[in-house]
Design a protein around this ligand. Structure first.
Ligand code: ADP
Length: 412
């Protein structure tokens, strides 16, 4: 699948998810409103029956439009006569129970004489207690009582079980779908990284193989000339050694995958370890006319590490400091001991990295995909190896970088 097709499919998939979420939200909202209207209708009919029965008791006429809806959960009922709280309470309970409206409500009666709401009670068909909440007083001179349903929203929500169920199913479907998309995305990234790795490896192996081929061909041509014979034989030796090192390096690093690393701890003099690492990059240093300066701590530092792996870590960092530098490489290695911690700083004057890159360079196979850099050889495994080893020692490795150089900090 081409990059363009992949991103178009990804875009359409995300759009369809958003579309489904929007449609579900729309219908959920609509269903809630419908349920709420249905509830208001049921309350109005029940209150109309209550009014009718109260008028019958008082032998008065039913007023026109006695029910007023002040909000979706607060209703006012206008009457021509005074109201007995005990009778009202009983009739309200009866009418609501008859209509299977088993939710809590509170009521209050307006007292025309001192213009206040009185006899406020909080009732429910399953519980009964007095509430101190004040009911709003309306600017009216006639008798009226107010009924409020404080838990109306949760009651209406509770009536929407099927809608909640379908929403949960939808959330699950979206979660699985997103996970599948993420997995496809990740898989694609991995396959691109793998492609880069194979390209790099082919490039890295091609040169020594070509040199070996040429040298062996030349050997067969110059068997009579001992000097030339030796020269070509040494090229074969050197290049096959280089080839072996590359293969070993890749195998070493990939074999760390998912395993508990078996570290062979020994006490080492840090300065000596650094000197040995510098020795191993001396050929590269000579080639680029570079220099490594070690700033020692006041005291001699001994560390308990796996010498083989830890030296490889230092070699990888020094190797990068030389490789990723376009001028004369000037590298400083600073050592410091703080309480029970040892800090090793490797500061270079190389090309540095962007901020976004800093976090990713420790990932397996990661290389900065700047075309100019591909002239610099590598597999994108050196820093992954460094991080894996330092962390296996219980330490940490960090990088700070800008376009005038990078500083790698190992804390043990
Ligand atoms: P490799 O060097 O084989 O590509 P590494 O894992 O050692 O792999 O490094 C990963 C990437 O981090 C490199 O491709 C390079 O872009 C960047 N990098 C590492 N060290 C430095 C450095 N000292 N200066 C600038 N860039 C660096």
């Amino acid at each position: 699948m081409s990059k363009r097709v992949f991103y178009t499919v990804l875009f359409l998939a995300v759009c369809s998810i958003l579309g489904i979420v929007a449609v579900q939200t729309f219908w959920l909202n609509k269903a809630f409103n419908l349920k709420q209207q249905q509830f208001e209708y049921e309350v109005s009919v029940a209150l109309l029956n209550v009014t009718d029965r109260l008028c019958e008791i008082n032998q008065s006429e039913l007023p026109d439009d006695p029910i007023e809806k002040l909000s979706s959960n607060y209703f006012i009922v206008n009457l021509n006569n005074s109201i007995s709280p005990r009778v009202l309470e009983l009739i309200l309970l009866e009418e609501f129970t008859k209509r299977e409206m088993d939710q809590a409500f509170e009521y209050a009666i307006f007292d025309c004489t001192d213009q206040t709401m009185v006899y406020g009670s909080y009732l429910s068909t399953d519980e009964m207690r007095v509430r101190t909440d004040d009911f709003p007083v309306l600017d009216k001179d006639e008798y009226y009582f107010g009924v409020r349903f404080p838990r109306m929203r949760s009651y209406v929500s509770g009536e929407m079980d099927i809608w909640w169920f379908s929403s949960i199913v939808l959330v699950l479907v979206i979660a699985f779908f997103s996970y599948a998309l993420f997995a496809i995305f990740r898989q694609r990234q991995l396959s691109e990284i793998q492609k880069d790795f194979v390209n790099n490896m082919t490039h890295e192996f091609k040169t020594p193989i070509a040199s070996i081929q040429l040298a062996s061909y030349a050997i067969s041509e110059s068997l009579s000339n001992e000097n030339r014979f030796k020269q070509y034989a040494s090229i074969i030796q050197l290049e096959s050694e280089r080839l072996k090192n590359q293969v070993d390096r890749v195998l070493d690093i990939t074999s760390l995958e998912g395993k508990v690393i078996d570290l062979k701890y020994e006490s080492c003099d840090l300065i000596q370890l650094i000197d040995e690492a510098i020795q191993r990059v001396s050929a590269l240093l000579d080639q680029s006319n570079g220099n490594v300066k070690v700033i020692e701590s006041d005291k001699k530092i001994n560390i308990n590490v796996d010498k083989f792996h830890f030296e490889n870590v230092l070699v990888n960092i020094l190797d990068n400091a030389i490789k990723y530098c376009v001028k004369q490489p000037l590298i400083r290695v600073e050592l410091e001991q703080r309480k029970n911690k040892v800090l090793i700083k490797v500061i270079d004057n190389g090309i540095g990295m962007d901020e976004g890159v800093n976090r990713r360079i420790f990932k397996k196979f990661y290389r900065v995909t700047n075309n100019d850099l591909y002239s610099v050889k590598g597999f994108g495994l050196g820093l992954y190896y460094a991080k894996t080893i330092v962390e296996a020692h219980g330490g940490s490795i960090e990088v700070e970088s800008n376009l005038s150089g990078s500083t790698f900090l190992i804390t043990l």
